[in-house]
Design a binder for this molecule. Structure first.
Ligand SMILES: Nc1ncnc2c1ncn2[C@@H]1O[C@H](COP(=O)(O)OP(=O)(O)OP(=O)(O)O)[C@@H](O)[C@H]1O
Ligand SMILES: [Mg+2]
Length: 362
């Protein structure tokens, strides 16, 4: 039987375009992957690194130690922040790297090596120092949390999509299925771009981005959000169905902000449903308003919590930042609309957004 392997170039391309340094060393500690960012970070040419022992290539003891731990304990270490003194940089100007180390197993569960990724977060580190010195902690703290929230969501769907892509390739789908792979990859680059843009905006963090209104067909905007979030839902065996009113009047909105508001609501629904969850996204119009309705059959919200869910930083989730709904509410009120909720514990929740067709008349 002939087995179709995925195009090896694909891995090359992905590795080449990652903004993180990626190093993989086999079970004997010999380097097998050393991408261009790794070349830049460790100041060692790829050719000189390949096949060599880690100890001979990685010039930083603190990093070699982490690799050592993976080999010894077969355990991963994630999001470690390590300060590195690069030879080219002044002694006191350390570079801050965020690193993750993963033990890697083959399909039979045999340990085949250690994968590590490194991202340069020096600027962010310096920024947080500036923030802690700032007098206006409340605003900046809020912005920082807002950013953390904005980074987490695209990142999590990014990861899910990478996971799907990996599965796709693992099943040895021949590149006849290029379209599918291509669209997953497009999604990955879209999310990375979104992340980059958010970060850029954060770095000149004097203000939240101003609203940019345009006339659009709301159904189209919502449809693309639903499409982007379907992989997240599918991971939980849940569905996102759309039921749009035909011939919905055009609305004047800031597409990227409405995108953000609706994504926050849909993500909450995805998080609230379990197996066979159903999420419905509807549009309706009256003479003066359009309505966007998001309905799920998830956990629901208790009476005690219902009046708090739009509060800044209210969350019942272990890793939630409690920003999704307060951001959504702010965006909708910037559009002169409002957002209401009905929910019943263990039955589900329905969020309804009203957007006036002619905001000035209200
Ligand atoms: N569809 C929903 N089903 C059940 N509970 C919900 C739903 N939407 C919101 N909630 C509740 O409201 C809280 C606040 O939601 P919000 O989106 O503001 O924050 P979060 O989801 O906890 O964190 P973040 O969105 O910042 O990651 C949630 O923690 C959850 O308890
Ligand atoms: Mg949320």
């Amino acid at each position: 039987m002939r087995i179709n392997r995925p195009d090896p170039d694909l891995f090359e391309i992905i590795l080449r375009h990652l903004k993180e340094a990626v190093v993989f060393a086999d079970s004997r500690g010999r380097i097998q992957i050393f991408n261009p960012v790794a070349v830049e970070f460790f100041k060692v040419k790829e050719k000189q690194a390949m096949g060599k022992k880690l100890e001979r290539v990685i010039p930083y003891k603190i990093i070699r130690k982490q690799f050592g731990s993976v080999y010894e304990h077969r355990e991963g270490y994630h999001d470690l922040e390590l300060a590195i003194h690069f030879p080219a940089v002044l002694e006191e100007e350390a570079q801050l790297l965020r690193c993750s180390f993963y033990p890697v197993y083959d399909r039979k569960g045999i340990f085949i090596g250690c994968l590590a990724t490194f991202a340069d977060i020096t600027e962010k580190g310096l920024l947080s120092r500036e923030i802690s010195q700032s007098k206006d902690l409340s605003t900046i703290g809020m912005l920082a949390r807002w950013m953390a929230h904005e980074i987490r969501n695209p990142l999590s769907s990014l990861n899910i999509n990478i996971e799907l892509l990996r599965d796709e390739l693992r099943e040895e789908v021949h590149l006849a299925q290029k379209g599918e792979i291509q669209s997953l990859l497009n999604f990955i680059s879209y999310e990375t771009l979104r992340l980059e843009n958010n970060l850029k905006e954060f770095l000149d963090f004097n203000r939240l981005p101003p609203l940019k209104f345009e006339w659009v067909q709301l159904n189209d905007v919502l449809d693309s959000i639903a499409r982007l979030l379907r992989p997240d839902a599918q991971m939980k065996n849940a569905r996102i169905d759309v039921h749009f009113q035909k011939k919905l009047p055009l609305v004047k909105i800031d597409v990227s902000q409405i995108n953000l508001a609706i994504s926050n609501l849909l993500i909450n629904s995805v998080q609230a449903v379990s197996e066979r969850g159903e999420i419905h996204l509807l549009t309706r119009a009256s003479k003066k308003n359009v309505f966007i309705i998001i309905k799920d059959n998830g956990t629901g919200i208790s009476k005690d919590h219902l009046h708090k869910i739009f509060d800044f930083m209210f969350s019942t989730k272990p890793t939630g930042s409690g920003l999704g709904l307060s951001i959504a509410k702010k965006i909708i009120s910037d559009h002169h609309g409002d957002i209401t909720v009905r929910s019943e514990l263990n039955r589900g929740s329905t969020f309804r957004i009203r957007l006036p067709l002619n905001p000035k008349a209200n």
